[in-house]
Design a protein around this ligand. Structure first.
Ligand SMILES: Cc1cc2nc3c(=O)[nH]c(=O)nc-3n(C[C@H](O)[C@H](O)[C@H](O)COP(=O)(O)OP(=O)(O)OC[C@H]3O[C@@H](n4cnc5c(N)ncnc54)[C@H](O)[C@@H]3O)c2cc1C
Length: 494
């Protein structure tokens, strides 16, 4: 029998467990019942699964602590959701989500959806708009790992970079445009520049391609897609995934303290040390998958491989605070009808933005006559937000929502969630770090790492990476089994 241990029961760990179970089944391996061929064990530190994904229900309010949804343009997440029985629970965002706002000079301005609307909008000054229109004459960069700011400034000018791009980056990475790497954080944009030189030429090429293939490619500027969740919130995906796995697979409240490698009968085996009084303090496995934030993986591997631990601990994280507020709709002067607003860093607010959850998902999130807003604070520019207590945070959000949306009333309810390891930051140098990690992995057969610290920060990318990891693990197990068979043939006494 072979043994695989997955460390971490967030979406990455659970999706990896699901894919591995399916791949093993396709290969004819038994993963449950007596006389197992492959035992898959998932160890989660907390007494609940889901990691960042957590949905709270308070009466008629449904509040997400972490992700509000995923974009439906990546088929893997929807496929996985259907596979675990959630077809009837998929909840796409309402059409209102196409209306997005950016704070500019103290007012919320709608982000123009069409070029004509951009020309008449007041989101940028006249000179800022004219500079954007000069994009077809901009230069491409020879720098291999340029920042998002350097890229945006060159193509669309300083003002659009500081307003439009800064806001977009806050909304996705809660990051710093002067530090984030274009190729690691926004690979589509990087590829567009490399292939076409200017974004205008890239947009036309994408539109031509879409016309010829008859396929919808979403917005020519980005990945497109509709935000999607589940009727009962994002945690439904976690519960359904966990429920689809054999009961003996998942071990909650089993924090892993270390993984180390040892030689057992000529094979490299992984020793996983667990902090618990109830079961054996360690498990010996053919493969171990760390499905954790890189910082946590660093702590676990540091005694085995200092260099690996150093590289993992160098991946920075931006903390996030989600402060959700419910109001009577009549108390909100600026109707929260749309996706929400983002506040560029130079516009004087401390909140990063506000997602209008009850407009995005309707009455499944708040009782009729009320609006639920999820206000985000923190990010790479403001890590100190974690030092504020509940009262200070509520006061700050109240003042910022007064300025942005004219709200002076107190909220009916408030919920506060702190994420100290909120979003990993793919800053310039991230791709070099990934290359180093891959080299180390080559010399550490049986050790795998997945999760949002590496190749994509969202739920969709975690699921794509989980499948790739499961395939690599199966290939490793096959090699391990072949070697074992060969040595048994060479030495039948074994
Ligand atoms: C506020 C917020 C909003 C977000 N919004 C969106 C969004 O709208 N859309 C989107 O796509 N993404 C969003 N994200 C990102 C998304 O949440 C993550 O990509 C995803 O949840 C990461 O999942 P993971 O399994 O890789 O890691 P995690 O969710 O961090 O899971 C890791 C798990 O490992 C466990 N663990 C840690 N240490 C140990 C140990 N020593 N032993 C055993 N277990 C351990 C943890 O308890 C946890 O359960 C958001 C994130 C945050 C914080």
């Amino acid at each position: 029998m072979q043994q695989v241990v997955i460390v971490g029961g967030g979406i990455s760990g659970l999706a990896t467990a699901r894919y591995l179970t399916d791949l093993a089944g396709e290969a004819g391996l038994k993963t449950t019942g007596p006389s197992l061929d492959l035992r898959i064990t998932l160890l989660e530190a907390e007494d609940r699964l889901g990691g960042n994904i957590r949905t709270d229900r308070f009466g008629d309010y449904l509040v997400e602590q972490g992700p509000d949804g995923f974009l439906d343009n990546q088929p893997k997440t929807l496929e996985l959701a259907r596979r675990v029985g959630l077809s009837d629970r998929i909840l796409p965002a309402s059409d209102a989500m196409s209306r997005r706002f950016i704070l500019r000079n103290g007012k919320l301005r709608e982000v123009p959806g069409k070029p004509q609307a951009f020309l008449t909008s007041r989101i940028l000054s006249l000179s800022g708009k004219l500079r954007v229109l000069c994009e077809p004459f901009s230069r491409s960069s020879r720098e291999d790992d340029q920042t998002v700011y350097a890229f945006a400034r060159r193509h669309i000018g300083e003002e659009a970079a500081r307003i439009l791009v800064d806001a977009m980056v806050s909304g996705i990475f809660a990051g710093d445009i002067e530090k984030l790497s274009l190729k690691s954080a926004f690979p589509t944009m990087h590829d567009m520049e490399s292939a076409h030189g200017t974004l205008t030429r890239a947009m036309f090429a994408k539109m031509r391609e879409a016309r010829m293939s008859g396929k919808k490619t979403g917005s020519p500027m980005g990945p497109g897609g509709r935000l999607t969740s589940f009727t009962g919130g994002m945690e439904e995906l976690i519960s359904a995934l966990a429920g689809s796995l054999p009961e003996e697979t998942i071990w909650k409240a089993h924090p892993v303290t270390a993984v180390s490698v040892e030689d057992a009968e000529g094979q490299s085996m992984w020793r996983i040390s667990v902090e618990t009084r109830r079961v054996t303090p360690h498990i010996l496995a053919d493969a171990v998958i760390l499905a954790l934030p890189a910082r946590r993986s660093a702590e676990i591997v540091k005694k085995t491989d200092e260099n690996l631990a150093r590289i993992l601990s160098e991946i920075p994280y931006a903390p996030l605070v989600v402060l959700a507020t419910a109001y009577h709709s009549r108390d909100i002067p600026f109707p929260p009808d749309g996706f929400g607003f983002l506040a560029p860093r130079n516009q004087g607010l401390r909140i990063l933005g506000s997602l209008w959850t009850s407009s995005i998902y309707g009455e499944s999130r708040a009782p009729g006559g009320q609006a639920l807003l999820r206000n985000m604070l923190g990010g790479a520019h403001d890590p100190d937000v974690l030092k504020l207590d509940d009262q200070e945070l509520s006061k700050l959000v109240k003042e910022d929502l007064r300025q942005a949306m004219g709200i002076t009333a107190d909220p009916v309810q408030t919920w506060i969630y702190r994420h100290d390891l909120g979003i990993p930051q793919y800053n310039a140098g991230h791709s070099r770090r990934l290359e180093e990690l891959e080299k180390i992995a080559e010399h550490r057969p049986g050790l795998f790492m997945t999760g949002n610290s590496f190749r994509g920060i969202g739920v969709n990318q975690c699921i794509v990476d989980a499948e790739t990891t499961a395939l690599k693990v199966m290939a490793h197990l096959q090699r391990q089994a072949d070697r074992s068979l060969a040595s048994t043939k060479a030495n039948p006494a074994l």
